[in-house]
Write a new protein. Structure first.
Lengths: 139, 157
């Protein structure tokens, strides 16, 4: 019974952390556009948190620079279980135009496990929403 | 003060320290000095010709030697001060005693080219990530980057 309530609340109100791992800011603007009144995910219970310790879902953008690699692992470890990661944008999937450069890791999945990939350069807010909904569908 | 006046004044003040001088376009002056005379030249440029603003310092790997280009500006003109150091002994004097703000560019030069800037007030690495292996200088032409094998979660289909 308790399990069902926990699952229901997790599904109804995922708290997200927006994380930039060296993106060019385009994907970040789209993530913010998804949160603000035009697309307004807050009406669906999605809440942006300022710290990984409150978050369930990490929405990460960017190709993961070498400098942020250790920090991103620390942020991932600080997030309480069960945690989910959404890689937003072509950079977070594979490195995109930065692929092969010496200062990046080339994708979020090289560093932490990823649940959902959202393609696009930058990904549209509707695509990000779709990614979040697909993630919640797997719960 | 126009370009010819600036060049004339630089010639009188620096004399035979100037190795080459050219004026390829209006408001663009190229000067070349030996790396030993660099600090003196920068001092003269700043105090007597008003070139107090350093836009940036760029490095150039031209095979056997490094070329270092100091981009100066004053109210009338842009001036590029060039100097050359051999790759086997890449030492260049810091210009921080004259222009303290140049330290960021000099630290970047040390990071990216492996130049040794003598008498730099703060020689810590600036832009390369933490734990970068020593002796790797990304902007050298002979430096090759080996990408580590990529992890594919779930394996290749």
């Amino acid at each position: 019974m308790l399990q069902r309530i926990v699952r229901w609340s997790r599904k109804k109100s995922p708290w997200i952390l927006h994380l930039n791992s060296g993106a060019c800011n385009a994907c970040d603007i789209e993530v913010v556009a998804a949160l603000t009144p035009r697309f307004d995910v807050e009406r669906l219970g999605v809440l942006l948190r300022a710290t990984p310790r409150h978050a369930d879902v990490i929405i990460a953008t960017g190709p993961v620079t070498r400098q942020i690699k250790d920090r991103i692992i620390r942020i991932y470890e600080q997030t309480p279980d069960p945690k989910f990661v959404i890689a937003v944008g072509a950079c977070a999937m594979s490195g995109c135009v930065y692929r092969g450069a010496y200062n990046i890791m080339g994708g979020l999945d090289q560093v932490i496990p990823v649940n959902i990939y959202v393609p696009g350069c930058p990904a549209r807010p509707d695509a990000i929403l779709d990614g979040v909904v697909k993630l919640l569908g797997t719960l | 003060m126009n370009d010819t006046e600036i060049i004339e004044k630089a010639r009188t003040l620096l004399g035979d320290k100037i190795l080459e001088v050219s004026n390829p376009a209006v408001r663009r002056i190229f000067l070349k000095v030996d790396s030993k005379d660099l600090l003196k030249a920068v001092e003269v440029l700043k105090n007597d010709l008003g070139f107090a603003y350093v836009a940036t310092i760029s490095g150039l790997d031209s095979g056997e030697s490094f070329e270092i280009i100091y981009h100066f500006g004053n109210a009338f003109s842009q001036l590029n001060l060039r100097t050359q150091v051999p790759k086997t002994d890449p030492h260049v004097e810091s210009i921080c005693p004259v222009i303290p703000g140049a330290i960021l560019y000099e630290r970047e030069l040390q990071d990216m080219f492996g130049l040794v800037v003598d008498n730099i007030p703060d020689p810590r690495p600036l832009i390369l990530p933490d734990g970068w292996p020593a002796g790797n200088y990304p902007l050298r032409k002979d430096w090759k980057y080996e990408r580590p094998p990529e992890k594919i979660p779930g394996g290749k289909p």
